[in-house]
Design a protein. Structure first.
Length: 260
């Protein structure tokens, strides 16, 4: 049996196995505990804390293990099986990236008494999502105010775009899981680690199978600041640009009053 540093003994004890236990025993113990303490299955007050500690212990051990374990099959995490999963691409720039999210941004165009609403929708990378949001707000700022309904619809649309548009939480999780699987299948550990990091800081709850997949994902050395940095966070500069679009209201209001 290989020697294990005493600092790691606590992780093994948390999983209920002896230090230096073989991978099969380690993974079996982890699966049993994660199923026992997953908050979707265990409603006790202790469950979230125990669940987090079990995952932290397993990930700490896996990070120090040189063994590579293939990821679970796509069907085990609720994803369709269409052969070997391929990394997804941004629907705007066609770039392969683990950091994709389905987004919908609203645009309003008005004429006297009628307003029309369009949506800029797609699976975007961070840069394309911000450009699409700004494009929708710019269109609304120029053409959305020119009706009575538009005076109400336009600021609501711009505000929605400024705070990130609409996102399907479940679909976002599925896309991140798909990319994590795809990058692991092709052996790109750097991109797989990036997808795992994004999943770890994602605000939506993860199903049990996704939690297991995340715990076994590869990790790369990174600073504490990088580890918690969310690329989808709201930025002050974005808020200022959307506010400029919103400032079209006073410029449009007085000509509209004179026409009516």
């Amino acid at each position: 049996m290989r020697s294990v540093a005493s600092s790691d003994d606590g992780y093994y004890r948390k999983l209920g196995v002896e230090p230096g236990a073989p991978d099969e025993e380690l993974r079996g113990a982890y699966l049993a505990l994660v199923k026992k303490w997953h908050p979707d299955h265990n409603r006790s007050a202790r469950a979230p804390v125990q669940f987090r500690e079990v995952n932290e212990a397993y990930r700490a051990i896996k990070r120090k293990s040189p063994a590579f374990r293939p990821p679970p099959a796509p069907e085990s995490v609720g994803l369709p099986t269409l052969g070997t999963p391929q990394p997804l691409r941004c629907s705007r720039c066609d770039r392969v990236t683990p950091n994709l999210r389905p987004k919908s941004y609203a645009a309003v165009v008005s004429l006297l008494i009628v307003s029309w609403r369009w949506r800029f929708e797609g699976v975007f990378c961070v840069s394309c999502a911000r450009l699409s949001a700004l494009k929708a707000s710019t269109l609304s700022g120029l053409l959305g105010w020119w009706s009575i309904p538009g005076l109400a619809l336009t600021p609501m649309a711009i505000l929605r775009n400024a705070i990130g548009g609409k996102t399907d939480c479940a679909l976002s999780t599925a896309l991140l899981l798909w990319n994590l699987l795809a990058f692991r299948r092709i052996g790109d550990d750097e991109q797989a680690a990036e997808a795992a990091k994004i999943l770890a800081i994602f605000g939506c709850p993860l199903p049990l199978e996704a939690t297991i997949l995340l715990a076994e994902a590869p990790t790369l050395p990174m600073s504490a600041k990088q580890a918690v940095r969310d690329p989808w966070r709201l930025r002050v500069s974005d808020g200022i640009l959307h506010a400029v679009c919103l400032a079209g209201a006073p410029m449009a209001f007085f000509p509209l009053i004179s026409i009516l």
